[in-house]
Design a protein around this ligand. Structure first.
Ligand code: 3HC
Length: 311
């Protein structure tokens, strides 16, 4: 890595060019992208678990079909993102091993339990809502394969977001007293984890400076968080829900200012100490082990095909 190579690379970033997998890039750029994209992919795959738990318990066929479609989309997002990470030289086995052994992170948000059906709507509204803010920002990322994956994923997330919001607003506005209570209870439990999922505050975000310098992230965690709160606070209030943040208020610029965030809980969760971390890894390991025969069959088929081609 020579200073000239680095300068030429940074000039390309400054000119807004997309870096492609065959292009020269600093090792640190490659490593950052493998870290971010693989953990993003893990988040999509682990994110199927909390929602998947409710597919058999959806209140009607309409809701069941929407949820099946959404969980299926998340699987596809995971595949998409693992492929994008593979363009940087890492392998699927390495990434999966990092997840299954607890070495890799995945989004904190999926370490919370889905206790009622309204959680499914609140996840669509808030979690996919936060993911859209983050992924819309990443769609401008300097690394071509990631940026293009984000464009595709964002369009599907919009459907996830809309169906969740439509469901919760229906319960909150026209629901029975039990449904109204269920929607409020879901907000009480999902509001702060959704605010936290956009990452630690900028002062505690060691990766942000380098990611911003090389155009991987175009906004900081706090900027994306502010966008998320500015959009969702008024909508939740309009639906007649109470946001569990007594300090939340609007300032003269129209920004919604939140109260203190419990970062202790956040760092506990991402260290593996959340309510569902163990259960999520156990599920992933169990599926991986139970699916071993499929991988073996595919490898055997591939080996036979190669042998026949060689004859
Ligand atoms: N959950 C778990 N770990 C988190 C986290 C979160 N919500 N936020 C930050 N961290 C980790 C970081 O990974 C980093 O640890 P590492 O260096 O070991 O990877 C550490 O905390 C410090 O955080 P930084 O702010 O320095 O890290 P980043 O600059 O990478 O910012 C991020 C964190 C905003 C999550 C960024 O990595 C990012 O934008 N990642 C891609 C988007 C993504 O992963 N989204 C997952 C959301 S869920 C989803 O999309 C599914 C949808 O269908 C609902």
């Amino acid at each position: 890595e020579t200073p000239e190579q680095l300068a030429a690379f940074e000039a390309r970033i400054a000119a807004g060019e997309k870096i492609e997998s065959g292009d020269w890039m600093p090792e640190a750029y490659r490593k950052q992208l493998i870290r971010m994209i693989s953990q993003h992919a893990h988040s999509e795959v682990v994110g199927m678990l909390p929602e998947g738990a409710w597919i058999t318990r959806a209140p009607n066929l309409h809701r069941k079909m929407i949820l099946i479609a959404k969980v299926q989309d998340e699987a596809g997002h995971g595949q998409y993102l693992y492929h994008a990470a593979e363009t940087l030289g890492t392998t699927r086995e390495e990434m999966l091993d990092a997840l299954l052994t607890g070495k890799a992170k995945y989004s904190s948000i999926f370490n919370y339990p889905t206790l009622t059906w309204a959680d499914i709507g609140m996840i669509g509204w808030l979690v996919d809502g936060a993911a859209i803010k983050n992924q819309t920002m990443l769609a401008g990322c300097s690394y071509g394969p990631y940026s293009r994956a984000m464009v595709r994923i964002c369009s599907e997330e919009t459907f996830h977001h809309k169906q969740g919001k439509e469901m919760v607003v229906a319960y909150a506005r026209e629901g029975t007293p039990e449904q109204k209570k269920m929607a409020q209870d879901a907000l009480n439990r999902w509001w702060w984890p959704a605010v936290q999922m956009l990452g630690p505050s900028d002062k505690d975000s060691p990766n942000t400076p380098q990611l911003m310098r090389w155009g991987i992230k175009l906004k900081t965690n706090d900027e994306v968080r502010q966008e998320f709160i500015n959009e969702h606070a008024p909508e939740l209030l309009e639906a007649g829900l109470t946001i569990p943040d007594p300090d939340l208020h609007q300032d003269e610029q129209g920004n919604w200012i939140h109260g203190p965030i419990n970062w202790e809980e956040f760092f506990e969760v991402i260290k593996g100490g959340g309510q569902m971390n163990r259960a999520r890894l156990e599920s992933r390991n169990r599926s991986h082990d139970e699916g071993a025969w499929v991988r073996e069959a595919l490898n055997a088929y591939e080996a036979r095909r190669h042998a026949q081609a060689a004859d």
